[in-house]
Design a protein around this ligand. Structure first.
Ligand code: ING
Length: 316
């Protein structure tokens, strides 16, 4: 078999807890330490979690907009993150970074749960803004933890783009996006070969109430393994893990092959680099056979479902 030269050595850079008042400088120091380990391990690409610069602040209700906005970046790279870009470019390592983005759009201040893809030269080649915002929009004082992403972020307005870079077709999504099949399929229809995503997921107490704890891992793995297999793509899922301000966040950092197999997994709830060689050509088999969309999909039949969903059809 011809040896593929499209092998990316990927480092899934899981983060342990980030404190409510932990400085950007202290957090970037941790990102740089993971980046150094990735350099030592020969990585081409490093994937950091969702909101990798701050604690998961939607778990609290803040009344003052200023108290919320202190978790946002108004420039990327900015004064706190420039050294991450510089060091990565020195190492020749690309990276994906999740952060809270505050931006002016048509004279209006918009706030997104965002992530960027930076190439080996330190250039931002892509940006994604989280589309599926889970939780609730209003303060629910009876809850142990809030989940106020709908209050703190606008719905992402960039769709699900993919970018030809790092020798392949790369895509991104964020956290709750990974639970929705549309997320993977929108990129699958564009030929994606690697989807990078970060997440901050409470290990218990999902937004709607109690669930047996083993299901958190099942649903995490199921979502990413099926997304990978059904769209013949690699999926890199990276946790912010551990007991963050008293809230237990699940780990479960995963690297999933286009076969749907888990090829590497995190073992801790701390800062941990999970590394695997990802051959982008491993996507070709399924894209050319089982999931050859051109050959097998019938889009003109899919539209019919929306007309009948939930409607009792009249007798023939
Ligand atoms: N967190 C969670 C996630 O989708 C959640 C919210 C937890 C949804 C548990 C369902 C079950 O992983 C974020 N930040 O989206």
């Amino acid at each position: 078999m011809v040896k593929s030269n499209r092998i990316l050595t990927v480092g899934a850079a899981q983060l342990g807890p980030i404190g409510l008042n932990e400085s950007r400088e202290a957090v970037v120091d941790r990102l740089l330490a993971l980046l150094e380990t990735a350099h030592d391990r020969g990585c081409d690409l490093v994937v950091f979690p969702e909101l990798a610069l701050t604690t998961f602040f939607p778990r609290w209700y803040f009344q003052e907009q200023g108290a919320i906005d202190r978790f946002f970046e108004t420039a990327m790279p900015g004064p706190d993150t420039a050294r991450l870009f510089e060091r990565a470019a020195e190492y020749g390592i690309g990276f994906c970074l999740g952060f809270a983005e505050l931006v002016q759009q048509d004279g209006e201040t918009m706030r997104y749960n965002a992530c960027i893809l930076v190439d080996k030269e330190g250039t931002i080649v892509g940006k994604y803004r989280k589309v599926h915002l889970p939780g609730h929009a209003d303060h629910l004082p009876e809850r142990k933890w809030q989940h106020l992403e709908k209050a703190y972020f606008d719905v992402g307005d960039l769709g699900f783009p993919v970018w030809r870079t790092m020798g392949g077709i790369m895509g991104m999504c964020i956290c709750n996006d990974r639970r929705w099949p549309e997320t993977y399929r929108m990129m699958g229809l564009q030929g994606v070969e690697m989807i990078m995503l970060g997440y901050n997921t409470p290990a218990t107490e999902p937004p709607w109430g109690f669930e047996p704890t083993h299901l958190a891992s099942l649903h995490n793995n199921l979502s990413m393994q099926s997304g990978a297999y059904q769209n013949a793509t690699w999926v890199i899922g990276v946790a912010k893990a551990g007991r963050e301000e008293g809230c237990d966040m699940m780990g479960g950092t995963l690297i999933v092959a286009p076969t749907g197999e888990i090829v590497a997994q995190g073992r801790t709830l701390d800062d941990e680099l999970v590394v695997a060689d990802c051959d982008l050509d491993a996507c070709n088999h399924y894209k050319n056979t089982v999931f050859n969309f051109a050959e097998h999909r019938q889009p003109d039949q899919y539209g019919l479902i929306t007309e009948t969903a939930g409607v009792v059809l009249p007798p023939e």
